[in-house]
Design a protein around this ligand. Sequence first.
Ligand code: SAM
Length: 245
Amino acid sequence: KGKLYICPTPIGNLEDITLRVLRILKEVDTIAAEDTRHTINLLRHFDIQKPLTSYHEHNEKNKSQYLLNKLLEGETIALVSDAGMPGISDPGEVLVKACIEHDIPLEILPGATAGILALVASGLPTRRFAFEGFLERDKKKRRERLEKIKLEDRSLIFYEAPHRVIDTLQDMMDIFGDRKAVLARELTKRYEEFIRGSLKEVYQYLQENPPKGEMVLLCEGISLEEEVRREREVFEHLTIKEHIL
Ligand code: SAM
């Protein structure tokens, strides 16, 4: 039986690749990459030559079967995505599940993932957090998701795109009210930036400084006071209803 190695790659700074990831990339039979052109550049930088095969969102199911057969034949495969940890808002989940079902050994290697870096440096509570990844593109669905998590008391981590972040902040202000929020931009890159404040302050900042680059948006979970206030509202609403009845 072969083996699958899940290999994180840098999210902006090539120095962040680990020695172990480099060794595995050199040793495996094949590298399964989200975008082979992107990964070729990375490999070229580290002087690694290896057969590459694509494994992306649109062929994840079929390609998992193909890679699974290779693994069953005894090949070793490294799975990489364009940046950060495979399987985190990136393809990986289907192949990992297939390996587990077929008893194929797998090894997870540590490395950068944008959400965790952003959270730890945000100054928001790190004791408990919830990773939301990308919100739905459709406004109605996005608002439904935010409604569903508005009572969540853990810190919330979202992946965002520059052309959507202002709309998202607007929706969050409507649904969550104002809360502490942080926008982490271009992590590990030259223009890394943290905008710390409230949802409203981050929103105002982006009105004056149009959003650019890769970004993680974080906000605090619901506060105890807000929770009590909302519960009181529901209670008062119920008592009024009872009174009417
Ligand atoms: N697998 C990656 C990880 O482990 O973080 C995430 C891949 S996802 C397709 C890409 C999103 O991650 C971006 O839109 C952005 O929200 C976030 N991201 C990736 N690199 C980043 C960086 N250097 N700074 C801030 N956010 C980043």
